[in-house]
Design a protein around this ligand. Structure first.
Ligand SMILES: [Zn+2]
Length: 518
């Protein structure tokens, strides 16, 4: 792993917050460090208020922002002294902690500070970077992960055993970190979670992250556990009808329509056919942080009723042990691993499905790397349940509000590059549907650049082109719920008797016949 730091680029950003934005984007750009929405960064700045009083302010990543694309307004300014007092309290609930975080924000309209803000506050250095780096995670999920990491980092890092994220973790770190830190310490590893680095400049903190993660990668390479080779014979496209049936049964199990993205490649097929795959997946996620995207375990094969039954059993068992009764989430899987097509990722929207896909592709590598190093050990199901049914997650779930009317549904519009078709596409997207737009005009391919739109150049009078477009739509989104047969051509106004037979046939082929093949 190499530092991407460029002094010239960094100088284009003004002030501490500007350079904080710059190095956050460097971290966000690297998928082996942070996946979608993951990781967070902060900077501590002394500021004067309107009364001329100076106080330290923690600018920490706000929720809803991605490190890769973050802007200065994506950081939430929080009163640092209040957080430092808060973290010393013996115990508060996580909703209380969130309330304190939100009421300590100094700018109206700023995003909600990250739940991990307290961890940023308690680390004394000016700049703090936090990632869920693949390599550190792979070491952490081996049977002797803790010893291995202590050995690898020595005094460079304080190693913190797994604690549920939230107040309990921050409070624990507030006690352990000052005791264990030495003059050589530049980072903190949270087992089964991720890694923090810190420094007096943005560059120092960022380059320490690169240095520590590289050390983990080199350790994996030395033990032939970094480059995991997955081979699978070249496969034909999966059968779209089978995939559409699968999406339908998964949506029925959830109780609402879901988008399903099929991902057939060497990695997913190789893993689905790997003799150890079932055993690895049964253990649970590589970090509980993924559970809201992927559920605790993927579904192996296509038996949805069995998956649902096992999910209910898991819920009942751990709900009985919970201090407060929980409301069960839908029991449908979010990841399917099947030797015939590789991986299918499921979400309420196309972007949710794409995130689940990305997370699980990385998880495959982490599990196999850990296995190559001596074995993969996930956390017990109880710890995963606690994160899945965390008060803060449950609150998010009940507060989510009404989703747009077509959320989870899939529409196909022909003649989508212009006029009524183009407007129909925009309207479906605005109402929450995933949309495939077909048109003879190649402009359709770049009509929208977003995960819930698929533009396909296609002549609707060509049956095989239509079949390929339908297949691509089903593999991208999981099926088809609504069709808008809008493509049509019209000859210049003339009486029917004046049309040539060729003109007549062309009009019929596009306006009438093509609709049958769709
Ligand atoms: Zn984290």
């Amino acid at each position: 792993m190499k530092s991407l730091w460029s002094e010239e680029e960094a100088n284009k950003h003004r002030g501490d917050l500007g350079v904080r934005v710059y190095s956050s984007r460097l971290l966000g750009r690297d998928r082996s460090l942070v996946l979608h929405g993951g990781g967070n960064t902060s900077v501590k700045i002394r500021e004067k208020n309107l009364f001329g009083e100076e106080e330290p302010v923690l600018y920490v990543k706000g929720s809803g922002w991605d490190l890769e694309t973050i802007e200065p307004q994506g950081f939430s300014p929080v009163r640092l002294n209040r957080l430092l007092k808060l973290v010393q309290l013996p115990s508060i609930s996580d909703p209380e902690m969130m309330n304190e975080l939100q009421t300590s924000v100094l700018r109206a309209g700023a995003p909600r500070p990250s739940v991990e803000a307290l961890l940023h506050a308690l680390l004394p250095d000016k700049f703090v970077d936090h990632t869920h780096a693949d390599a550190v995670l792979a070491l952490s999920v081996t049977p002797d992960g803790e010893a291995r990491l202590r050995d690898l980092y020595g005094e460079l890092c304080v190693i913190v055993p797994y604690r549920m994220p939230g107040f309990a973790l921050a409070h624990f770190c507030a006690g352990a970190f000052p005791k264990e830190r030495t003059s050589k310490t530049i980072g903190m590893v949270l087992l089964h979670h991720g890694i923090f680095t810190f420094g007096e400049s943005a560059r120092e903190s960022y380059e320490r992250m690169i240095r520590l993660v590289s050390r983990a990668e080199e350790h994996l390479s030395k033990h032939r556990a970094w480059e995991v080779v997955l081979e699978a014979p070249r496969e034909d496209f999966p059968d779209p009808v089978m995939q559409a049936d699968l999406r339908r049964s998964i949506s029925e199990a959830a109780g609402f329509p879901l988008v399903m993205k099929t991902c057939t490649n060497k990695r997913t097929l190789g893993f689905a056919r790997h003799p150890a795959a079932a055993e690895l997946m049964r253990q649970g996620p590589v970090t509980p942080d993924h559970v809201s995207r992927t559920k605790r375990v993927p579904m192996m094969g296509g038996n949805v009723p069995r998956y649902v039954e096992e999910y209910r059993r898991y819920f009942d068992e751990y709900n009985a042990q919970a201090t407060q009764p929980k409301t069960m989430l839908d029991p449908a899987p979010r990841v399917v691993i099947d030797p015939s097509f590789g991986l299918a990722a499921i979400g309420r929207t196309a972007s949710e499905a794409a995130i689940a896909e990305e997370i699980f592709e990385h998880s495959i590598m982490t599990m196999l790397r850990a296995q190559a190093l001596g074995g993969f050990r996930a956390l017990p199901a109880k710890d995963v349940f606690d994160v899945e049914y965390w008060d803060l997650q449950q609150a998010k779930h009940t507060k989510r509000g009404t989703a747009p009317v077509f959320t989870g549904e899939i529409a196909l519009v022909t003649g989508a590059a212009s006029g009524i078709g183009k407007a129909a596409v925009a309207s479906f997207l605005a109402r929450g549907a995933a949309v495939a737009g077909l048109d003879l005009n190649a402009a359709v391919e770049s009509l929208h650049s977003r995960p819930d739109f698929l533009g396909i150049r296609c002549d609707v009078t060509d049956e095989s082109a239509v079949a390929a477009a339908l297949r691509d739509t089903v593999l991208r989104f999981g099926g088809l719920d609504m069709l808008v047969l809008n493509a049509g051509i019209f000859s210049a106004a003339r009486g029917i008797a004046e049309l040539t037979i060729e003109e007549w046939r062309k009009v019929m082929a596009v306006n009438v016949d093509a609709n049958l093949s769709l």
